[in-house]
Each structure stands twice: as structure tokens, then as C-alpha cells.
Design a protein around this ligand. Sequence first.
Ligand code: ZN
Length: 165
Amino acid sequence: MKQSEIRDPKIEPPERLLTDEEAMRHALALAERAQREGEVPVGAVIVRNGEVVGEGWNRPVGSNDPTAHAEIVALRAAGERIGNYRLCDATLYVTLEPCTMCAGALVHARISRLVFGARDPKAGAVCSVAHVLDTPHLNHRVEYAGHVLEEECAQKLTAFFRERR
Ligand code: ZN
């Protein structure tokens, strides 16, 4: 089977990811994949030198793994792809503000920049309930920015939880 046949065309990245918005669209497509699998729709993508080096979507239920958040899945994929446990000069895009565990993992991975979509008022550990990345004792700074395609990212989650009720 050719590579093109086993990949979902909807999540095939564009030739080059130039803007934060394009990368976030890719993360949104991965969030949809989580949703199809019955998981909370969150997607993450890691870009380095304009190239996607890791993808992940939320899958703790399906994989019986409480740590299988989209960000962690993407970090593991990128580490494997690059052949290094440190992902310097990489940007992680995620549709939802990371939780405490994921924010900590970004620091361990030496991710340079984080871009997220929707804020998470209940568990967001970047700027909502905690400010993990601004903790003064950390030996690595992760630059961060939010609100990229915020509306679409939030809408996906709201629709998911509305359907579940
Ligand atoms: Zn998380």
C-alpha cells in the first residue's frame, strides 16, 4: 500500500507550514480524529524548520494511558522522528491550552515556542488556573501565544460536550 493510501487526506499537512494559523488548522484536523475515536477533541502538531515532525491527538481512553494527551503523543512522535529527547527550535501547536502535565513536558522537551487555540478555564496551566511556564525556577523558557483560531478550537470542544450530555 502506498503511503498516500494509508493517510487520511484531511490531515495531510500542506507543502509548507508558514503561518501559525495553517499549523493550527492541521492541529484542528487531528482534534477531529480524536473526536472520531470518541476522545475529547484536542489535537497537537510540532513544527521545526517549517516541517511537521510530530502529530498527536488526544487518546487516553483508547490507549488506556492517562498521559496520552495530544501534546504528549506529539512530543513522543517528534522525539522518535528527530532521534533526540530534546526538541530545540521546535514549536508545538495545540488546540487547547495545555494542562499542568503537558506544560511540564514542554519544558522537559525544550520546546521553544507554544501556540494554543482555546483557553481552558478549568485545567489550563499556561494562563488560566496556573502559570507553569512562567515559574521562575525553571531552567528553560517556553515562549507562548494563545488565541490562534480560538473560536474554532473552542467550538469543537463545546459541540463535543454538548453532544455527550
Ligand atoms: Zn495535557
